[in-house]
Design a protein around this ligand. Structure first.
Ligand code: IMP
Length: 178
């Protein structure tokens, strides 16, 4: 399918599952090298990261822990910039190597908010691993954003975990609004 309609909006194919999977495998290889002999904890940000996290973690050959948090912050097709609350952040991160896994970094506000909470627990290290990154939308520099699958233009995308008003998370490919 090269174009689809979700709610009233038209989308066209942008990243096919084959290239997403290929890139994810490479990110996994990089993480295996960078975290050799360590036991990182991967923390996925729900809901959007669930597919990326599942595929990424299958590439990880290290001893590692996996957790998820949920942040309510985004509605419709533009960021409200309003973080409501984070749920389920583990509270035993002191001295740990934390890898925060996101579907997309847009304005960066969601990740900045989580990073502030993580830092308070004094982990040994924190890196952000995001499948997608919209550099043009980023509001302030994010040095922790070490692992990026694809840098994309400032356009609304859907699929592979990302939704448009609740729909589209199940799509294998990623589509962009037209
Ligand atoms: P940020 O706080 O602006 O960086 O936005 C991060 C969150 O907004 C992501 O975790 C997504 O849930 C959502 N988001 C940002 N851009 C898009 C998009 O293009 N499509 C779908 N969701 C998006």
């Amino acid at each position: 399918m090269n174009s689809i309609k979700i709610h009233e909006k038209d989308f066209e194919i942008f990243l096919e599952s084959e290239s997403i999977n290929k890139r994810t495998r490479l990110m996994g290889i990089q993480l295996n090298v960078d975290y050799e002999k360590r036991c990182p904890i991967f923390i996925g940000v729900l809901n959007g990261s669930f597919l990326f996290m599942a595929d990424l973690i299958k590439e990880i050959e290290l001893d590692c822990e996996i957790d998820f948090i949920r942040v309510a912050s985004y509605h419709g097709d533009s960021s409200t910039g309003q973080i409501k609350e984070a749920f389920g952040l583990p509270n035993n991160l002191k001295g740990r190597d934390v890898i925060l896994v996101e579907d997309i970094v847009d304005t960066g506000l969601t990740v900045q908010y989580i990073l502030a909470q993580l830092r308070a627990q004094e982990p040994a290290s924190i890196n952000v691993c995001s499948l997608l990154f919209k550099p043009a939308a980023l509001l302030k520099p994010m040095p922790e954003l070490t692992y990026v699958g694809f840098e994309i233009p400032n356009e609304f995308v859907v699929g592979y975990g990302l939704d448009y008003n609740g729909l589209g998370r199940n799509l294998k490919d990623i589509y962009r609004a037209i």
